[in-house]
Design a protein around this ligand. Structure first.
Ligand SMILES: O=P(O)(O)OC[C@H]1O[C@](O)(COP(=O)(O)O)[C@@H](O)[C@@H]1O
Ligand SMILES: [Mg+2]
Ligand SMILES: [Mg+2]
Length: 330
């Protein structure tokens, strides 16, 4: 089986970018070890701190954030980084060619129940001049690389450098990522959806109608029965979509009018959208492609509807084709 290094060479990924990807991969191996030790290492539970988004940080959120920061500082070619767990963007190296955005530990509510968590990352080109938040505000199509590492029964990495989406599995005997799916292909159709149903009453009308028709199954207008899954870690739900198709949604809701969206654009939605598009799927907010959003701030949140192309289209058909209807509730 091909190693990650061999695949990047085969794809003719420039050396500097390959080095950075390999550095992130190495760091994820250390994170995998930290996660695996769980209660033995005293890393479960919450800290007394909140991040800039008002969320209580888990100990592992902080530990994994520090591990990634240290790895990227050691890399030498990173201009700056932005993380879910950092209030502001962090300058790393004035000569660096790349910007890295990451969610060091996605699904942190799963940590204490020994369930799926992962790391999500996105690499953007650095601009000349001073590093500011604006340096990062590039749309998702500018991403040079996007990926995640899933710390599950096996540790797996999904990666795209714009040449399809590949899956790698960490060989625990050699500590090497080996290519286990060289061209992920998300099935166009699916009978599986993922959404947090407890938010149903807070959704907009198109999503209410779409989901209620899925729930009617073969006796409803879709004339097909659907299954439902919810891992409560985007990284786990998107991984399932890459492996066997499906539609994953975290739509707009009015549960908390000040926070109509949950998922973060720069280090959750954008990297996942690129992985999904590169695997033949679609990724939308309901009113336009996620990858076309012009970001306004580093911790911006967006609605997410992604996965099997025909099912995403079916969902979008309930939203109407007139994108000017987009709700002004940001
Ligand atoms: O609490 P809910 O509604 O199940 O939300 C789950 C969602 O929140 C997230 O866990 C947010 O990520 P973090 O754990 O990095 O904050 C997503 O991964 C997941 O899809
Ligand atoms: Mg997350
Ligand atoms: Mg997180």
């Amino acid at each position: 089986m091909q190693t990650l290094t061999q695949t990047l060479t085969k794809q003719a990924v420039p050396d500097s970018l390959s080095q950075l990807i390999l550095r992130l991969a190495d760091c994820s191996k250390d994170i995998s070890q930290a996660v695996r030790h769980g209660a033995l290492a005293g890393v479960l539970g919450a800290t007394e701190q909140e991040n800039v988004q008002g969320e209580t940080q888990k100990k592992l959120d902080v530990i994994t954030n520090d591990m990634l920061k240290d790895a990227l500082k050691a890399e030498g070619n990173v201009r700056g980084l932005a993380s879910e767990e950092e209030d502001y963007v962090v300058e790393v190296n004035k000569q660096g060619e790349f910007l890295v955005c990451f969610d060091p530990l996605d699904g942190s509510s799963n940590i204490d129940i020994n369930s799926l968590v992962g790391t999500i990352f996105s690499i953007l080109p650095a601009q000349d001049g001073e590093l500011t938040e604006a340096s990062f505000l590039q749309n998702g199509r500018q991403q040079l690389t996007a990926g995640y590492v899933l710390y599950g029964p096996s540790t797996m990495m999904a990666l795209t450098t714009g040449q399809g989406t590949q899956l790698y599995t960490l060989n625990p005997d050699t500590n090497e990522f080996l290519l286990t799916d060289e061209a992920v292909n998300i099935s166009k159709d699916t009978a599986e959806f993922a959404i947090n149903m407890s938010n149903q009453r807070f959704w907009e009308a198109p999503m209410q109608t779409y989901i209620s028709e899925l729930l009617l199954g073969n006796i409803g207008p879709r004339e097909k029965s659907f299954n439902m899954r919810w891992i409560a870690a985007m990284v786990g739900d998107v991984h399932r979509v890459l492996c066997r198709g499906g539609i994953f949604m975290y739509p707009t809701d009015n549960k908390n009018p000040e926070k109509p969206y949950k998922l973060r654009l720069m280090y959750e939605a954008n990297p996942m959208a690129l992985l999904v598009e590169q695997a033949g799927g679609k990724a939308s907010t309901g009113y336009g492609d996620i990858l076309d959003i012009a970001p306004e701030e580093i911790h911006q949140r967006v609605a997410v509807i992604l996965g099997s192309a025909n099912e995403v289209d079916a969902c979008l058909s309930y939203h109407g084709l007139d994108y000017s209807n987009e709700p002004d509730i940001a």
